[in-house]
Design a protein around this ligand. Structure first.
Ligand code: CA
Ligand code: CA
Length: 201
């Protein structure tokens, strides 16, 4: 499928749909879907609620690998990927330029020059600042839950066993982590100078 400015694409295990003013197309039962954006375009991808899905997002391409389906979106300016159930994993890779990650339980976003990728409802999110540039991140804990934060070398993990989520960051130049409650506990190795904690014990 090829797109133009103002168009939208939706991919799910049940169907794929392609919309532009005056035209709407829908199809069912494709094992492999590849959508190529021609302009400013929003792509939405939904997981298999009963299965384990993997999303890999890198500059210019987002790919969802599901049990019976692979969806590949190329050239989309914005992509929203939704996890509706299962132990789904989202891996977000940065651009060679300056990128910004924002992470909280159930919602994370990586954006940079010309792209915004959001992952919603994922239990596990991994974000990589390995592409170059000055990459920064902001993390927020969950209200009413004792979140955990651990940082070492150029890696960071924030998680909650109660909520069953984990966010992992690699090689960001600066991370600001905000605690949501007094019960949140951080464990930070000596020598970590890229992490700035706010309210963590
Ligand atoms: Ca799933
Ligand atoms: Ca970067």
């Amino acid at each position: 499928m090829e797109g133009q400015s103002g168009e939208q694409f939706t991919g799910t295990p049940e169907y794929v749909a392609f919309y532009r003013p005056g035209q709407f197309r829908k199809g069912w039962g494709f094992p492999l879907v590849e959508a190529v954006a021609g302009g400013v375009l929003l792509g939405r991808v939904y997981d298999n609620p009963g299965g384990t899905d993997l999303v890999v997002a890198e500059v210019g391409q987002v790919q969802l690998q599901s049990l019976m389906l692979v969806v590949i979106l190329r050239g989309f300016e914005q992509v929203n990927v939704y996890s509706r159930g299962g132990q789904d994993i989202a891996r977000l890779y940065d651009s060679p330029g300056d990128d910004q990650f924002t992470g909280s339980p159930g919602w994370s976003r990586l954006r940079g020059p010309g792209y915004t990728y959001q992952v919603i409802g994922f239990r596990q999110v991994e974000a990589y600042g390995t592409g170059g540039g000055r990459d920064t991140a902001v993390l927020q804990g969950a209200p009413g839950v004792a979140d955990r934060l651990r940082a070492w070398d150029f890696a960071l993990r924030q998680w909650s066993d109660v909520l069953g989520y984990v966010i992992e960051l690699r090689e960001f130049e600066r991370v600001d982590a905000y605690a949501s409650d007094s019960g949140d506990v951080a464990e930070i190795e000596a020598g970590v100078d890229w992490l700035f904690t706010h309210g963590w014990n």
